[in-house]
Design a protein around this ligand. Structure first.
Ligand SMILES: *[C@@H]1O[C@H](CO)[C@@H](O)[C@H](O)[C@H]1NC(C)=O
Ligand SMILES: *[C@@H]1O[C@H](CO)[C@@H](O)[C@H](O)[C@H]1NC(C)=O
Ligand SMILES: *[C@@H]1O[C@H](CO)[C@@H](O)[C@H](O)[C@H]1NC(C)=O
Ligand SMILES: *[C@@H]1O[C@H](CO)[C@@H](O)[C@H](O)[C@H]1NC(C)=O
Ligand SMILES: CC(=O)N[C@H]1CO[C@H](CO)[C@@H](O)[C@@H]1O
Length: 839
């Protein structure tokens, strides 16, 4: 498309539009996209094309105009425009098939989219307190609102003024703050209120600004004195120049220069008062203008006025009482030599005499009449040397005795023989501690009783005191080096503990040494002994000396004969350890009389009836709360004594007779004598002895066997009466039984028969003559005397052989002692030993 035809068309269209009058649409500002603004359809033929596409979109077919994404802000598009229909945006479009260029207007209407706006956030205003009601103050900070019409029309209100202020915005373009009530700075000197600007849009928008109103002072008050402002002061007649005597104070509630007060003496005041005192017109201080030097008592009245600008003065008065000045006294100057703090001397205890200070009197006159002395009995001395006094300790000080000394030094004047004390000065001496005292226990021995089997527990608490102070007196405790581990002590409290259960039976007394040591340097220490006595409890049963006891008692012992002592002990103490014993569940003849420990028999015993008793003995202590009991097994063996004679079984009787054929060969065992003994041991060991002539027969002493010793000859064919004595080997004396063995040597087959006992040989029993004799066919070649000799010889031989036999047996036994087990009635070895050892 060339430029020329387009330019042609443009010119035509501009012309046309001017001719045809304006097409215009109205739209409120700030519309979102897609809002229908109007249509060109009623004005122009289609199609349509918009050339100015910033704010509108044109439907090319229908000619409808819509808003676009780009908002139309009236205040931005037409910032200067104040008419409601004055904000016009012109648009250009091409319409119709003929491609006509047309113009139309869109008038942007205002909405209330802008709030009023203040330039500042705070407005300051000063108002004098004496302002009249209704006075107005122009505020130059007006709010602005860019909207137009009512949307931009602002009115003002005030908040928080309690009716004291209001606003008046009658004139366009100015607002006034109007005072509605009387102000008083002295009551309220500042108001903080809020000025609110509101437009008349709907809804209306607002803005606020803080209005700070300061009420300024005007001089509307005068100085005044409080009703109690009158003062009475006392000063010494010796007061020096420039002494502050009094201070007056008036008040004026005004502010700044309006409250300035000037103080003056009243013209009505005396000359003397005027001469002696001056008054600072600004501060109100009353000052002595010269050294007073008054020795009399007087009262001076000072009249003071306080005046302010344009005010009549206020009055008050100060009454000054002057006391006559005191007499001049000499002063005591103390020059400290020893350590001192705040005029206090610090002296370590135990120091030998030391110089503490030099005292000196200072004054104008009469010093020569004065002397210094120390009052009372104190360990300090004063030495006068060339007008000065040396203060020293007179002995070592003791901190524990006294920690602080006050030395009263008197200044005395001797006046015509009498001494007057002028003044007293007190010098303080503090004694400092030195570790010179060891810890001390209140007792030299602590004693404590503890029951045994105790739980681990706290025992006693030892406490040592130390007269020193602080570290020198701080005591710690420890146990002696060799103390058993089960004891320990709290080093700070001295509390002694035991960590185990104590056993009295193991140790009944524990001796513990506790050392207390102070913390001084070097430390001092003291040791004390603690005796811990363990008290008994019945915690041990009686204990027997042996697991069981074996006793031997001879049979036939008398009733209540002792059997033996039962050893028993109880580790406990006193009643807890005292034992009673008794025979327990035995039906046997045993008793422990009086609960002692000796066993006795209650009846005579017969070994041959029962040779062994076994029973239990109980031992119980007398302890509380329960008795403890033990038992032990007791075995009593009954010892044999030789109380049974041998008893002859064979031959059956003294009259028994045996026929021996003469052709019997030598060495044949003919018969035997057989006896038994109920006793035991040697008491039952039997010896067979033929007392009378036995030839040609021989009796075996051990077995009682009778053998034919030699071949029978003629003279032997007769009756042989062998008198056999059976003896046991009992002690002390053996028992005997005698029996006749009758042997009839004859070849006849007749049974042998004896009518009467043969004549007994002279044998121990002296019954020979009485016995019923029988005529014997035995040759009585031996006289009774000879028989006796033979008997004794026989006995002697018997004893010798017995000795030999016993000797052999002993030797034999010694060899086999360990393994030999006797089966002779189960008599214990001991019993046998006893028998044999007696031999
Ligand atoms: C015996 O033991 C008991 C506690 O078992 C005790 O109370 C008593 O004091 C003890 N007697 C003696 C004499 O120690
Ligand atoms: C006797 O007492 C003891 C201990 O008390 C017991 O062991 C024993 O069996 C008792 N004997 C008889 C025969 O009761
Ligand atoms: C046999 O004789 C002896 C001696 O005279 C006499 O001691 C004994 O008792 C007699 N024995 C009998 C059973 O009579
Ligand atoms: C004693 O005689 C009996 C038979 O009477 C015989 O058995 C025994 O062996 C004999 N004793 C001796 C030591 O000869
Ligand atoms: C040799 C001898 O003495 N024989 C006597 C045996 O016994 C009868 C009677 O018992 C005598 O008659 C014999 O003399």
């Amino acid at each position: 498309m060339s430029h020329t035809p387009l330019l042609q068309s443009l010119l035509i269209v501009v012309h046309l539009s001017f001719m045809c009058g304006a097409v215009h649409f109205f739209v409120p500002e700030e519309q979102g996209p897609g809002v229908l603004v109007g249509t060109l359809r009623f004005h122009y033929p289609s199609p349509y094309q918009l050339l100015t596409v910033d704010y509108l979109w044109l439907d090319s077919d229908t000619g409808s105009l819509y808003t676009t994404e780009r908002r139309m802000d009236r205040e931005e598009l037409c910032p200067e425009e104040t008419r409601a229909d004055g904000c016009i945006i012109r648009h250009t479009a091409i319409v119709g098939a003929a491609v006509d260029l047309v113009q139309f207007s869109v008038i942007v209407e205002d909405i209330n989219d802008n709030a009023p706006h203040f330039e500042n956030t705070e407005i300051h205003l000063s108002v004098s307190e004496d302002v009249s009601i209704g006075a107005g103050f122009l505020l130059d900070d007006l709010a602005q609102d860019t909207d137009i019409g009512s949307n931009g029309t602002i009115h003002y209100i005030i908040e928080g003024s309690d009716g004291v202020f209001d606003v008046d915005a009658e004139d366009e373009g100015s607002i006034k703050l109007v005072v509605k009530a009387a102000l008083d700075r002295e009551t309220q000197d500042e108001y903080n209120i809020t000025l609110v600007a509101k437009d008349r849009g709907s809804p209306s928008l607002t803005a606020a600004v803080a209005l700070r109103i300061t009420v300024t002072d005007v001089n509307d008050n005068c100085p005044s004195f409080s009703p109690d402002s009158r003062q009475n002061v006392t000063i010494s007649g010796g007061s020096p120049k420039n002494t502050l005597v009094a201070q007056v104070k008036a008040t004026d509630p005004d502010f700044g220069t309006n409250s300035a007060i000037t103080y003056n003496f009243s013209p009505k005041m005396s000359e003397r008062a005027r001469a002696l005192f001056s008054l600072d017109s600004l501060t109100g201080s009353v000052i002595l203008t010269q050294d007073l030097q008054s020795d009399i008592s007087e009262e001076i009245v000072l009249k003071v006025q306080a005046s302010g600008l344009h005010c009549s003065p206020a009055d008050t008065q100060v009454t000054v009482s002057v006391h006559p000045r005191a007499k001049e006294e000499p002063t005591l100057k103390i020059g400290f030599i020893a350590r001192h703090e705040n005029q206090t001397l610090m002296v370590a205890e135990n120091e030998p005499s030391t110089l503490l200070a030099v005292l000196e009197l200072e004054g104008n006159r009469g010093l020569e009449d004065l002397s210094l002395n120390i009052e009372g009995e104190v360990p300090f001395t004063l030495n006068h040397q060339r007008g000065k006094y040396l203060l020293s300790t007179s002995r070592a000080l003791d901190y524990e005795e006294k920690r602080q000394h006050l030395i009263s030094v008197t200044v005395q004047r001797s006046d015509q023989g009498s001494v007057i004390t002028v003044s007293v000065h007190v010098i303080r001496v503090v004694v400092t501690d030195v570790n010179d005292n060891p810890p001390i226990f209140p007792v030299s021995l602590y004693e404590l009783e503890v029951e045994e089997n105790n739980e681990p527990e706290a025992l006693l608490k030892v406490t040592a005191s130390d007269a020193d102070s602080e570290d020198n007196g701080r005591v710690t405790y420890r146990l002696g080096e060799h103390t058993h581990r089960s004891f320990n002590i709290d080093q700070y409290t001295g509390q002694l503990f035991v960590s185990v259960s104590l056993d009295r039976e193991q140790q009944r007394l524990h001796i513990i040494r506790v050392t207390a040591q102070d913390s001084g340097f070097p430390p001092l220490e003291t040791t004390v002994t603690v005796h811990i006595r363990v008290m008994d409890k019945n915690d041990n049963a009686p204990v027997f000396a042996m697991p069981h006891f074996i006793f031997f008692v001879p049979e036939n012992a008398p009733v209540l004969a002792p059997v033996g002592a039962i050893g028993v002990t109880d580790a406990d103490e006193g009643e807890n350890g005292s034992i009673v014993m008794y025979v327990s569940n035995s039906s046997g003849p045993f008793v422990i009389p009086n609960s002692k420990n000796t066993l006795h028999i209650t009846t005579s015993l017969d070994r041959e009836m029962q040779d062994r008793f076994e029973f239990w003995v109980m031992a119980s202590d007398n302890g509380a709360p329960i008795r403890l009991t033990s038992s032990v097994r007791i075995i009593v063996y009954i010892e044999d004594i030789n109380d049974n004679k041998p008893k002859v079984i064979l031959p059956v009787s003294n009259l028994t007779c045996l026929t021996v054929p003469p052709n019997t060969t030598a060495g044949t065992i003919i018969t035997r004598v057989y006896a038994v003994d109920q006793d035991t041991g040697l008491n039952s060991e039997l010896i067979y002895t033929v007392i009378n002539q036995s030839r040609p027969f021989k009796v075996d002493s051990k077995t009682g066997n009778i053998t034919l010793a030699q071949r029978l000859q003629g003279p032997d064919l007769r009756m042989h009466n062998l008198f056999v004595v059976v003896s046991d080997r009992g002690k002390p004396s053996p028992l005997h039984t005698a029996v006749w063995v009758n042997l009839f040597v004859n070849d006849s087959s007749e049974t042998c028969h004896l009518d009467c006992e043969p004549q007994e040989p002279s044998w121990p029993s002296p019954t020979t003559s009485e016995s019923v004799g029988c005529p014997t066919n035995q040759e009585s070649t031996n006289s009774p005397n000879q028989i006796q000799i033979i008997l004794f010889l026989g006995l002697g031989m018997m004893i010798v052989s017995l000795c030999l036999f016993v000797g052999t047996v002993v030797l034999h036994r010694r060899k086999k002692q360990s393994q030999k087990k006797t089966n002779e009635n189960e008599v214990p070895l001991k019993l046998l030993d006893k028998y044999f050892s007696d031999e």
